[in-house]
Structure formats: structure tokens, C-alpha cells
Design a binder for this molecule. Structure first.
Ligand code: BJ8
Length: 424
């Protein structure tokens, strides 16, 4: 990916040497974790291509769109309503980062006891490693966990930041606050793009995002069968790419992939033998290229059949109804849909506990691995209630806390193997 894009990366003020090192490591990881899989679906070639061009062609597309007057909006949380951004003819990209590169720079301005996801996006910016951040006309933060909330104050010294207030409870007054925040966001996006958001533009945008969620729902239904037709690693990658790729093109390609999976399911073929232990992941989001735990799990005699996470079903489970007759009604419907997100930042969060148990039963899993990033208090605290809810349903759970480093891989592998042995 080097030569053709060097000039573009230089223009974006990336640290070319460090960036080349990052791409090299990424390529190696990808080869080991993804390309080495046997019986991979042909449709995954699209993901291989997108990933190989994640800092190349996709960035060029963003730059070309910017040259035509489009704005690029970066986000860190599934609470930011993409429909508003698309309705103003802008492009939204996910900025959450799942790599350690840049950690040292981040730790100069953030406490070491900050979760890896936050350190990663701050470190990427400070180390000039992320062409997505450098392409953004606006970066949208949100008041979810305290770590993110305070990190955006610091991040605002380095990039244009706008922060949405996310309620922490689900009472009527919280719903009112959330609707007013969507309206404030709409004004901000209209101002930065210069494009008014009309009812028809918003309805169209709702349709685009719903279609992407629907195809991911179809993928999740298809993979629920036994034998499992696609690896958990591949589904995680698909979910990660959904935050970067053009939504219409992405939906088309995942539709083709689902057609292929349907054929595999009809033929009774799977990616792993029928008796392979079925596990579900639950917890913190795994941003690209965080593939550590799924790789450990799937090389320990188990297969992942579901992700209860924002880079998983928490982001795709609910659609926005598009039957509002005017702009205000559509905004109401948007507010309703986004208030269903059961992030651990909410209290109480019984909905999430119910969803996890329901999902584990529907997918007929043998066990659940709860995944928390070190120093993430919301998910670490909630893990106790999740374990209790799963225990009450006789579903075993293993709780894992880790970060993006490779230091604990062997230790994690030992724990995961013992868990797989236990649930078998
Ligand atoms: S809706 S999960 S995307 S906030 S891991 S930064 S919570 S300390 S990412 Fe999230 Fe939105 Fe919630 Fe989803 Fe903080 Fe925890 Fe770090 Fe986290």
C-alpha cells in the first residue's frame, strides 16, 4: 500500500515512517489471523480488499469527496446518529482504535490507568498515525463513560471536537434530553455542511442505515446454525468494517456474502465440526485491529457465534421506524431507537442482562466470555451482574480483562482453553 499513497499521507501530515511500521504489523497480523483460516468464504475477499486498502483507497475516497465539498464526521460511539450525518450529505467514519501504537504518546497526557481504547485514539492522533482522524472536519465525542468524557476535553486541543450529551438513565426526562441533543446535533451538522436536513433526506438516510443493520441481522441469523458457516473472527471483521466503508456498497457486498452462506447452510457445511464448543462474547467493543481474543478463542477449540457488543449486535439489533410523516416525527423515531442502546454507562441496565441471557439461549451457546478492557469501570462492574444472570440460566461465563498488548496472550490462552474444556 506504500508508493501510490505516500503523497496523500504526507499531505495529511502522517508520520510516514511510523505509519509504514504500523501497516507492516497490521499486514502480518492479518495474514496470521485471517488469511490462514481454512474453508473461508469467497465473499470474504471483499473484506480482505477493504482491509488492505483501509488507509489507502478508502482515504482517497474521503479526500475526493472532500474536494467535492463533502464533510467527513468522525465518531467514537454508536450513540451518534449516523442518519443525521448522511441526511446532510456528509460521511461518517468510526474512529475507535484497537491498536497499541501511539500508547506512549497518549500516556504523556492521559493517566496510565485509562482504558486502551481511549489511549489508542488519543495516541493515534498525537503520533500522527490515523488518516481517518486527519480527514475529519469534525470529531464527535459523547458523555458516556468518564474516561471518554474527560479525554475529549484534552483531545479538543488537537482536533475540532463536538460533544453530545448522552443520558445515563432511561426515564422520560432522559428521553427528552436525548431528543434535544439530537436536535442540537442536527443544527451543528447543518451548520458545518451548509445543507439543511429535510424530512425526505432524513427518511432516505434512515433507509440506508436500516438496510445495513438488516443485512447484519441476516448474517447473525445465518451464523446461528450448527455447524457454524462462518468464523467469529470474520464476523467481527465485517462489523468493524461497517464503521468505515460506504454504507450502500457495504450492504451490497454483505448481501452477496449472506447468499453464499445460505448455500453453505443448505449444504450442511461449516467452518468447524458440529461438536465444536459454541461461545459468545459480551462486553466492551473490539475496534479494528483488535482481534486478539477472538483469535485466542478460535484457536482453542471453540467457535464464536455471537458478539453482544457495540461492534456486534448492540449496534444492529434495533432499526429506526421510518413511518414519521414530518421531520419532527422522524427525529422522535430516531430518539426512540437510540434510547434502546444498552451500554453499561446506563443505570440500571437490566435490559442488557436480559439481552445477554436471551441471546445466549437463542444461539445455544455452551458459554459466554465477558470481555472488559482494563480500567473500563462500567463493563467491569457490570460483569458481576452479567455472571449472576447467566448463572441463574445455567450458562457458564468466563470474565476476561485485558488490553491491546500481546504480553498476556499465553496466559489468556491457558484460561480460555480451560474454559472450553470445562463447557465441552
Ligand atoms: S455505547 S460501549 S461505543 S460508550 S471501553 S471508552 S466504556 S472505559 S466504548 Fe462504548 Fe458507546 Fe457505550 Fe458502545 Fe469507556 Fe469502557 Fe473504555 Fe468504552
Amino acid at each position: 500500500m506504500t508508493q501510490p499513497y505516500d503523497a496523500m499521507w504526507e499531505k495529511l501530515n502522517l508520520d510516514l515512517g511510523a505509519h509504514a511500521g504500523l501497516l507492516e504489523v497490521l499486514g502480518k497480523f492479518y495474514g496470521d489471523i485471517y488469511l490462514s483460516q481454512e474453508g473461508r468464504l469467497k465473499g470474504m475477499e471483499y473484506m480482505d480488499f477493504v482491509l488492505s486498502e483501509v488507509h489507502g483507497l478508502r482515504i482517497k475516497e474521503l479526500q475526493d469527496a472532500k474536494a467535492r465539498g463533502k464533510k467527513v464526521i468522525g465518531t467514537f460511539c454508536v450513540f451518534v446518529p449516523e442518519e443525521i450525518v448522511l441526511a446532510a450529505d456528509a460521511i461518517q467514519v468510526g474512529l475507535c482504535a484497537g491498536a497499541e501504537a501511539g500508547k506512549e504518546s497518549a500516556e504523556k497526557i492521559l493517566p496510565r490507568s485509562t482504558c486502551a481504547l481511549i489511549k489508542s485514539f488519543v495516541g493515534f492522533k498525537l503520533s500522527r498515525l490515523c488518516p481517518y482522524i486527519e480527514s475529519c472536519d469534525l470529531v464527535v465525542g459523547e458523555t458516556t463513560c468518564d474516561g471518554k468524557k474527560k479525554a475529549y476535553e484534552i483531545f479538543a486541543d488537537y482536533a475540532p471536537v463536538y460533544v453530545m450529551e448522552i443520558p445515563q438513565m432511561k426515564n422520560a426526562c432522559d428521553r427528552d434530553l436525548w431528543k434535544s441533543e439530537i436536535l442540537r446535533f442536527k443544527d451543528q451538522i447543518e451548520e458545518i455542511t451548509g445543507n439543511p436536513i429535510t424530512a425526505s433526506k432524513l427518511r432516505e438516510a434512515i433507509g440506508v442505515v436500516n438496510k445495513r443493520r438488516e443485512v447484519l441481522q441476516r448474517l447473525n441469523r445465518l451464523r446461528a446454525v450448527s455447524p457454524v458457516p462462518i468464523s467469529g473472527r470474520d464476523v467481527l471483521l465485517i462489523n468493524q468494517i461497517s464503521f468505515y466503508d460506504d454504507p450502500v456498497r457495504f450492504t451490497e457486498n454483505i448481501t452477496k456474502l449472506c447468499d453464499e452462506i445460505e448455500g453453505r447452510v443448505k449444504a450442511g457445511d461449516g467452518i468447524a465440526p458440529k461438536q465444536t464448543s459454541r461461545l459468545m462474547l459480551s462486553g466492551c467493543p473490539m475496534a479494528v485491529p483488535n482481534w486478539k481474543l477472538p483469535y485466542i478463542v478460535e484457536s482453542s477449540g471453540a467457535v464464536i457465534v455471537g458478539e453482544e457488543s457495540c461492534i456486534g449486535t448492540r449496534n444492529t439489533r434495533d432499526l429506526v421506524h421510518d413511518d414519521g410523516e414530518n421531520l419532527d416525527q422522524l427525529i422522535e423515531l430516531l430518539a426512540d431507537r437510540y434510547m434502546k442502546i444498552d451500554c453499561a454507562c446506563f443505570t440500571p441496565n437490566t435490559e442488557r442482562l436480559n439481552h445477554i441471557v436471551e441471546m445466549a439461549k437463542d444461539l445455544k451457546v455452551d458459554g459466554v466470555i465477558h470481555y472488559g478492557l482494563s480500567f473500563c469501570q462500567p463493563y467491569a462492574m457490570e460483569a458481576f451482574k452479567v455472571e449472576k444472570a447467566l448463572n441463574d440460566a445455567n450458562i457458564p461465563m468466563l470474565s476476561i480483562e485485558t488490553d491491546y498488548s500481546m504480553e498476556d496472550v499465553e496466559q489468556l490462552k491457558t484460561r480460555v482453553e480451560a474454559f472450553v474444556e470445562m463447557v465441552r
